[in-house]
Design a protein around this ligand. Structure first.
Ligand code: FMN
Length: 191
């Protein structure tokens, strides 16, 4: 079955917005990717799923590296420009964003620019590329990290941007104790 863009089922996923920066045959570029996931602790691996043929995919294929910048809640305009109809094949979106007042800095271990004031910035070297349906998953090993920001992440769900709200508490110790006794009752030790 399909889960199409704009469908009710697609809208139920809630994610960060990754701002993926690259350089290469399509020049300096930035795109927004909701499919940006931390997938390994050691080594630190980050997977991004990108539509084939996009300037970002072409740049990563050529350079084997990309920047992952997690958008802050005040970077909704930046995300919309990076992820809108303006394509990196035709327009220097980083130039547009600079003119709008957003700032970038040169990556240390990769040739791409990085996004200033993102909540987390990671420079990645490509270690795996997997075609998954109509997207390509690029898996990058983190080779450089920067101090994180205390700002909130930009959250993407329902095809809209949100900011984190109320902190939902984890179970209290008494509740946890009750759950532990039920877990013991359902133990598979006898298998
Ligand atoms: C919030 C948001 C999230 C997006 N997530 C993805 C994604 O995960 N993968 C993808 O291929 N495109 C995604 N897009 C669309 C791309 O950002 C868009 O096609 C962009 O123009 C591609 O850039 P490029 O052609 O310059 O590489 C998203 C767009 C927005 C606004």
């Amino acid at each position: 079955m399909d889960i199409l863009w704009g469908s009710e089922h697609k809208k139920k996923f809630a994610t960060n917005v990754g701002l993926i920066t690259t350089t290469g045959p399509r020049g300096d570029n930035i795109m927004a990717a909701e499919w940006t996931h931390h997938v390994s602790f050691s080594p630190g691996l980050i997977a991004v799923c990108i539509g084939p043929g996009k300037a970002t995919a072409i740049n990563i294929d050529a350079t084997q590296e990309f920047g992952v910048n997690l958008a802050a809640s005040d970077q909704n305009v930046l995300s919309s420009v990076a992820g809108g109809e303006t394509k990196g094949k035709a327009v220097n979106k980083i130039g547009v964003l600079k003119d709008l007042g957003f700032k970038f800095f040169q990556g240390k271990k990769i040739r791409a620019k990085m996004v200033e004031d993102a909540i987390m910035q990671a420079e990645c070297k490509l270690v795996n590329k997997i075609v998954l349906g109509d997207h390509i998953m690029y898996v990058g090993e983190v080779v450089e990290l920067y101090p994180v920001s205390s700002k909130d992440p930009l959250i993407y769900t329902e095809n809209k941007y949100f900011k984190l709200g109320e902190n939902i508490k984890k179970p209290a110790p008494e509740e946890l104790a009750k759950i532990e006794s039920i877990i013991a009752k359902h133990s598979k030790d006898h298998i």
